[in-house]
Design a protein around this ligand. Structure first.
Ligand code: HEM
Length: 103
């Protein structure tokens, strides 16, 4: 049975984000080895602890520190193992207005 659309218009109380949200500007403050965040597909990862463990070396991640690394990450063609690995570094999402590709 079709649902009434009014369910989509709940008051803000029920729209609290499940995950913490950060703007691209906030992400850009975490741009070196002391605190290194990257954006992949609108999600934010704190990869500070991962830098020294990255099989591709720390430098290539540091070049993308504080920035959107989606394109270089995908261009390199990471394995499924790598894609699974990133989950443990997930800290939140971009704010809705800073997301790319979906609104
Ligand atoms: C959380 C973020 C990242 C994770 C978990 C990750 C993980 C990995 C893993 C597991 C490998 C080994 C090969 C494979 O399994 O595909 C790898 C290799 C590599 N990664 Fe990443 N990576 C990350 C971010 C990046 C970024 C942003 C770049 C930028 C271009 C990058 C560039 C590379 C390169 C060039 C290699 C190849 C090293 C080689 O085989 O010579 N990685 N990465």
């Amino acid at each position: 049975m079709e649902q009434n659309n009014s369910k989509r218009e709940l008051p803000p109380l029920f729209e609290k984000p499940v995950h913490k949200q950060y703007s691209r500007t906030e992400v850009s403050n975490h741009c070196d080895a002391s605190s290194c965040w990257i954006v992949l597909d609108n999600k934010i990862y704190d990869v500070t602890e991962f830098l020294s463990k990255h099989p591709g070396g720390p430098d290539i991640i540091l070049e993308n520190a504080g920035r959107d690394a989606t394109v270089p990450f995908k261009d390199k063609g990471h394995s499924m193992d790598a894609i699974r690995l990133i989950d443990q570094y997930y800290i939140g999402d971009l704010t809705v207005s800073d997301r790319l590709g979906r609104h």
